[in-house]
Design a protein around this ligand. Structure first.
Ligand SMILES: *[C@@H]1O[C@H](CO)[C@@H](O)[C@H](O)[C@H]1NC(C)=O
Ligand SMILES: *[C@@H]1O[C@H](CO)[C@@H](O)[C@H](O)[C@H]1NC(C)=O
Ligand SMILES: *[C@@H]1O[C@H](CO)[C@@H](O)[C@H](O)[C@H]1NC(C)=O
Ligand SMILES: *[C@@H]1O[C@H](CO)[C@@H](O)[C@H](O)[C@H]1NC(C)=O
Length: 388
């Protein structure tokens, strides 16, 4: 099933001035006021994100933003501004401690400049400019190669200008590229920002890149974990849509190392749902025990299951998995002893016109709890659910 088309090819071409105006709107300004980030603690392998004393830890999930879609039209850059507005509204209303960019941050198959990090940086600007730390995982569109629109080869011919001629970061012909920007380059550019908690992951797992763990730490003691957040690259784009057995083994060893007795709750993030999502997907509506508001398409799952779900189900500490990818689904359903959750389509890029929003997670320490709800662009809140 193809739910991830390349965008609105039929929109009119437009000079790149609009692009440039987007760059200057969102590309500038950066302050680091709220980056209250602990450096690596002695002996601790995982990066730590400290909780604030006396407050729950709140995370906003921004899923499927699809920046750079139809970058050569007036429609595309306008959607990016709309997506900025959604994120700004959610951040204003929720004031989260942390943001997770849950893949398909950009629509690389629509981007023909050599360095797609320009668009990536636009997408992370709302968190960055507020000093909110963030982490990201890759989706299937983030490092895809440019897909030539068929209509460019029809009667009117190939448009004379395909590539931005004057961007802030490039000049000359090398700025034009149809190869896509690889995961490693995107990651290199993201983690230059102090607010980014993302990581390349172990080299032996490449080309699967965004595999890493963060420790949410007690406000009283940075050594004391309150929860572990695991990020996995579910593939797609430049390689198949899969979590490999290599990643499964990495997870097994990593979990054994950081949380050997499964004492600390664990929360999992990746982009493409595993096939287990098909098992729990509601047929009609969203009957309990599932909780959500839209159930408008079928689950577009990873190509194969290589053992990740068995492993997660066996760990009593794993509370929930969060994915994006299906823009028309926003439910959480129980599966064995854990929850399988969708985020909520946040971006104006990507298919579907369902109203935009963001799933919010809230973690408390004593007693531990994990709750979630969806915050819409118009301010409404719905689909509250207790996940632990
Ligand atoms: C690509 O763009 C990013 C962000 O704009 C920048 O930090 C990086 O240096 C660029 N890479 C190259 C090779 O110019
Ligand atoms: C783009 O850059 C070239 C060379 O720097 C300059 O001559 C030209 O006027 C610029 N075009 C625009 C639209 O800014
Ligand atoms: C990032 O942190 C380093 C060291 O604290 C500092 O020198 C640098 O200016 C910071 N960069 C930004 C963009 O805040
Ligand atoms: C899960 O637990 C069962 C029962 O303890 C065990 O037989 C099985 O091998 C475990 N599976 C994995 C993937 O660890």
């Amino acid at each position: 099933m193809e739910t991830h088309h390349g965008g609105q090819w039929n929109k009119a071409f437009l000079p790149l001035l609009l692009l440039l105006s987007v760059f200057s709107t969102v590309g500038s300004s950066s302050s680091a006021i709220r980056f209250r980030l602990a450096p690596l603690a002695r002996g601790a392998a995982e990066r730590q994100v400290p909780m604030q004393a006396g407050a729950p830890f709140k995370i906003a999930l921004f899923a499927d933003l699809h920046f750079g879609e139809d970058a050569w039209t007036d429609w595309g850059p306008r959607q990016d501004l709309n997506s900025i507005r959604v994120m700004s509204t959610v951040l204003h209303n929720e004031n989260p401690d942390f943001v997770i960019y849950l893949g398909d941050v950009i629509t690389a198959n629509n981007i023909m400049i050599a360095n797609a990090s320009l668009y990536w940086d636009q997408a992370t600007a709302p968190a960055r400019n507020r000093g909110i730390p963030w982490a990201s995982v890759f989706g299937n569109h983030d490092d895809a190669a440019f897909e030539w629109p068929l209509k460019w080869f029809s009667a009117p011919g190939i448009p004379p200008i395909h590539c931005p001629q004057n961007t802030t970061s490039y000049s000359g012909e090398e700025e034009c590229s149809f190869k896509g920007t690889g995961r490693l380059n995107l990651m290199t550019n993201e983690i230059k920002h102090n607010g980014s908690f993302s990581s390349y992951g172990p080299r032996n797992l490449w080309p699967s890149v965004s595999n890493y763990v963060l420790q949410v730490s007690s406000p009283n003691d940075p050594q004391t974990p309150v929860a572990f957040l695991y990020f996995l690259d579910s593939g797609g784009g430049s390689y198949p849509e899969v979590i490999s057995s290599g990643q499964v083994e990495w997870f097994r060893q990593k979990a054994e190392e950081v949380n050997p007795d499964s004492r600390v709750p664990e929360i999992i993030f990746w982009h493409i749902p595993s096939t287990a999502y098909k098992v729990v997907a509601p047929k009609f509506g969203i009957p309990k025990p599932c909780v959500g508001s839209i159930n408008k398409e079928t689950v577009a799952a990873q190509e194969v299951e290589t053992g990740m779900m068995d492993l997660l189900v066996n760990r009593t500490s794993v509370k929930a998995i969060f994915v994006g990818h299906n823009h028309g689904l926003d439910w959480c359903c129980p599966y064995e002893k854990l929850w399988l959750c969708y985020a909520r389509h946040t971006g104006y890029g990507g298919y579907g016109d369902w109203p935009r929003g963001a799933r919010i997670l809230e973690i408390t320490q004593t007693p531990f709890s994990l709750q979630s709800w969806i915050r819409m662009e118009d301010g409404n809140v719905h689909s509250e659910v207790v996940l632990s």
